[in-house]
Design a binder for this molecule. Structure first.
Ligand code: CP
Length: 356
């Protein structure tokens, strides 16, 4: 059964086909209004969300389908101790497709391995957020007209920012991509992300200086410093205002630079920036609905002739993941699975390297 847990589960051709479908939906919504008649989407949100959950639900309604689900763990049997694996098995009896968000890294993969319907990862802790990347890609296509030869500044929490990790994976595939990674020292991208860039030969630089980087950027992708990811509140307090984008900072930017943000924002983009035509973040949130429509259509279509999930290169049970944020740290059923990538053995759920 095909699920989408990581943006790399979709090929470059598939990403471009999804953006084509989304553009066709925008141009001809009436052609899609009954495409999912009789189908049900379950939205399983164990962590708060506005855009992801509601845009998935709006997407299914606009395709003529139905929606069921929950918006917090407290209103599900997770509050009684039910595992992600069992939840996925049960919901597969009630729905044709699942979109889920969970605070634990790897939770969506754990669900997908036990569901009998497609699972879409709506965010798993600080790990991945592939459908946000779909929204980002459609926004880049509509704002810039291309995916290649772009200098992309990623600014803020690059350590726990799952949207950043997924966007780096997606845009690394295009010729001429260059990243400027702008963050405080403590919030730099994890090693596995940097190693991915290096293994693919994608140029990048790390800096703490947003103003210095601004003139060269085609896209500035701002992110929130996420209070909920810090175990020490004092560190959050020290870092939370590291970057605040204001209209005067944009004076140093290209006239056609696009400002993206997955949202929600706290104060890292001043509301005064909203009136600038380069501010694309509200258009980006709308694009998310169209891309989620395209993805639901694709996965439901493929589920008519399900293929087994690829298993090659997986190592079962030989090691233990030591990441305390991984789903395997708290649930028994996700069996320990590892994958050798770039000479490093990593947990298949959270991508943390294994200490052998
Ligand atoms: N961008 C995003 O994931 O927003 P929500 O947390 O509101 O879903």
């Amino acid at each position: 059964m095909r699920s989408v847990i990581d943006i790399l589960d979709l090929s470059t051709d598939e990403l471009e086909a999804l953006t084509d479908t989304a553009l066709d939906i925008i141009a001809h919504p009436e052609r899609y209004a009954r495409a999912c008649e009789g189908k049900k989407l379950a939205t399983l949100f164990f962590e708060p969300s506005t855009r992801t959950r509601l845009s998935f639900e709006a997407a299914m309604y606009e395709l003529g389908g139905h929606v069921l689900g929950f918006s917090e763990a407290a209103s599900s049997s997770a509050s009684k101790g039910e595992s992600v694996a069992d939840t996925a098995r049960i919901v597969s009896c009630y729905a044709d497709i699942i979109a889920m968000r969970h605070p634990r890294e790897g939770a969506a993969l754990a669900a997908a391995r036990h569901a009998s319907v497609p699972v879409i990862n709506g965010g798993d802790g600080g790990h991945c957020h592939p459908t946000q990347t779909l929204a980002d890609l459609l926004t880049i296509r509509r704002e810039k007209g291309r995916f290649d030869h772009l200098t992309i500044g990623l600014c803020g929490d690059l350590k726990y920012g799952r949207t950043v990790h997924s966007l780096i994976n997606a845009m690394s595939r295009y010729e001429g991509t260059r990243f400027v990674l702008i963050s405080p020292e403590e919030l730099r991208v994890p090693d596995y992300v940097r190693q991915t860039l290096e293994s693919k030969g994608v140029p990048y630089e790390q800096t703490a200086d947003l103003d210095g980087a601004m003139p060269e950027l085609d896209i500035l992708y701002m992110t929130r410093i996420q209070r909920e990811r810090f175990s020490d509140p004092a560190v959050y307090e020290r870092l939370k205002d590291s970057y605040i984008l204001t209209p005067d900072k944009l004076d140093g930017a290209k006239g056609d630079m696009a400002v993206l943000h997955p949202l929600p924002r706290v104060n890292e983009i001043s509301v005064a920036v909203d009136a600038d035509p380069r501010a694309a973040y509200f258009r980006q949130a709308l694009n998310g609905k169209y891309m989620r429509m395209a993805l639901i259509l694709k996965l439901l279509d493929e589920a008519k002739n399900p293929a087994p999930a690829p298993e090659e290169g997986l190592i079962y049970g030989k090691y233990r993941c030591s990441n305390p944020r991984c789903i395997t740290a708290v649930e028994q059923e996700p069996e320990q699975i590892f994958r050798l990538t770039g000479g490093v053995c990593r947990c298949a759920y959270c991508e943390s390297p294994v200490r052998i």
